[in-house]
Write a protein that binds this ligand. Structure first.
Ligand code: FE
Ligand code: FE
Ligand code: ZN
Length: 277
């Protein structure tokens, strides 16, 4: 079965997200752990989480993906901003244990003018501070498009981070199709080549989730503007190859396309019908 979901609003709570996912034909979903601008997180309602876990079990949900707020910057030049990232993400991970054995994805950060080396060092420091040996959550670094001074624009940059982290078995990668295409990885005409490169640099066993987004911009544009599946420069056929690829087809896929729920439902339906058994 194709494991697929989309980004959902968490404003109505956990069980509501599970029900919404079912309504649009999804068997997983992504949500922000708090307001994407990074404000205070709502307190966990254990009954609500319990209801979601029950629903997910009954409906054979795949792994659920939580997304850190965009505003955290683990490698800011400003110490208090870095400290905020550490506190926010540590708190998120603590709350994620109510929802055990799922994923928590974050953007490595923007080094601004400090250079990639100090940026990488700060991200490693954050991870070495927040990861716990007994946590059940996998923390995923997202592949970035390389706009501005984003860290994570290449497989090598992500590997550098992983290599510096003590509890690196708690770490993995979430590959965003729009981001890697914008970063200059040709998943349209050379998907096998890109996956081989990922495998030799990071190792495909580290790939835990895929963000499925088409791109509004052409190859290697370093822009990061998501488009609906089939309406951008990546194109529908490439997505059908991606979800069916023998090295990817078992992973959970998450849509972050510019859609309302009905648009997500259509994309999920199209992708499910294109998934080969
Ligand atoms: Fe993201
Ligand atoms: Fe993404
Ligand atoms: Zn993006």
């Amino acid at each position: 079965m194709l494991n697929i979901g989309c980004h959902l609003s968490s404003s109505k709570g956990y069980e509501a997200m599970g029900k919404e996912a079912l309504k649009i034909g999804a068997n997983t979903f992504q949500f922000f752990t708090r307001n994407p601008r990074g404000s205070k997180a709502k307190k966990i309602d254990p009954k609500d989480v319990e209801a979601l876990l029950k629903l997910a079990k009954e409906n054979e949900f795949a792994t659920i993906l939580a997304h850190a707020p965009y505003t955290v910057n683990a490698c800011s030049a400003d110490e208090s901003t870095r400290q905020f990232a550490i506190e926010t993400m540590a708190d998120d991970l603590e709350r994620m244990e109510y929802l055990p054995n799922n994923f928590y994805n974050f953007h490595p950060g923007n080094h601004v003018n400090q250079g990639i080396e100090s940026g990488t060092k700060y991200i490693i420091h954050l991870l070495n501070t927040i990861l716990r040996p007994d946590q059940t959550t996998k923390v995923l670094l997202e592949t970035m498009s390389g706009k501005g001074t984003e860290v994570g624009r290449s497989f090598e940059e992500l590997k550098e981070v992983i290599s510096g982290v003590n509890l690196s078995d708690k770490l993995g990668i979430c590959l965003d199709t729009c981001h890697v295409y914008d970063a200059g990885y040709d998943i349209v005409s050379n998907l096998d080549g890109v996956l081989n490169e990922f495998d030799s640099i990071i190792g495909l066993e580290k790939l835990y989730a895929i963000h499925l987004n088409d791109s509004k911009n052409p190859f290697a544009s370093h822009k990061d503007r998501h488009e609906k599946i089939g309406e951008g420069h990546i194109g529908k056929d490439a997505f059908i190859r991606i979800i069916n690829h023998p090295r990817l087809r078992h992973l959970p896929f998450f849509l972050e396309t510019p859609n309302e729920l009905s648009g997500y439902a259509e994309e999920i339906k199209m992708l499910r019908s294109a998934y080969q058994f």
